[in-house]
Write a protein that binds this ligand. Structure first.
Ligand code: OGA
Ligand code: MN
Length: 200
């Protein structure tokens, strides 16, 4: 099955990276969409934190984002459909009860980065699996902007943000960062979320 390598990596190590995850035409169309949005000023500076406490802190993260809703465009809907299949595969493999997927386009202008963090908020632990699709067809070593996964007791793992590569990892367990990028760095970043459990 298409998702087997991702699921095996998550089960064994808590993360997995798959180059050429998407068909080239789908990757190219998503990259074009993201480039168009970034060039047209459709993205907004990303915040840090949640709800009323959210604020822009460029010393922590310098990307610009646009949350993606169903129906935004045919190519985005194709990606959302694919992510719905991945969500089902993850639920079958891990009984996670993932019932939602949220994602945003992200553009890191030259010089931007995202300091080490976990993809979970103190007051909301529904984000369970993070999934990042990279959209940079011309990325070269030296361009920077690698995703760095910090793994306890192991050397960090750096992921080149090359178009078509998909990175998945456990949102609450893998601290990670985006290294400073020298060129504009585009991606589609999402999270599979678990049903809310009541806090009593
Ligand atoms: C994030 C994030 C990683 C990446 O948006 O939370 O960590 O490689 N992104 O873009
Ligand atoms: Mn993150």
């Amino acid at each position: 099955m298409q998702f087997d390598p991702l699921i095996e990596g998550l089960a064994a190590r808590g993360w997995s990276v798959q180059p050429c995850f998407l068909a080239n035409d789908l990757t190219a169309e998503l990259a074009a969409e993201c480039r168009r949005l970034a060039a047209g000023d459709a993205l907004s500076p990303a915040g840090v934190g949640r709800g009323n406490a959210q604020a822009v802190h460029e010393a922590i993260r310098g990307d610009h984002i646009l949350w993606l809703d169903e129906g935004f465009s045919p190519v985005c809907d194709r990606y959302l459909t694919l992510m719905a299949s991945l969500r089902q595969a993850l639920n079958q493999a891990f009984f996670l009860g993932l019932d939602e997927f949220e994602c945003h386009f992200a553009a890191y202008p030259p010089g931007a980065f995202y300091k080490t963090h976990l993809d979970r908020f103190r007051d909301d632990d529904r984000r369970t699996v993070s999934v990042v699709l990279y959209l940079n067809p011309d990325w070269q070593p030296g361009d920077g902007g690698e995703l760095r996964l910090h793994l306890p007791g192991l050397e960090p793992v750096d992921v080149a943000p090359v178009a078509g590569t998909l990175a998945v990892f456990l949102s609450g367990e893998v601290p990670h960062e985006v290294l400073p990028t020298a060129t504009e760095r585009l991606s589609l970043t999402g999270w599979f979320k678990r049903r809310a459990t009541s806090v009593l």
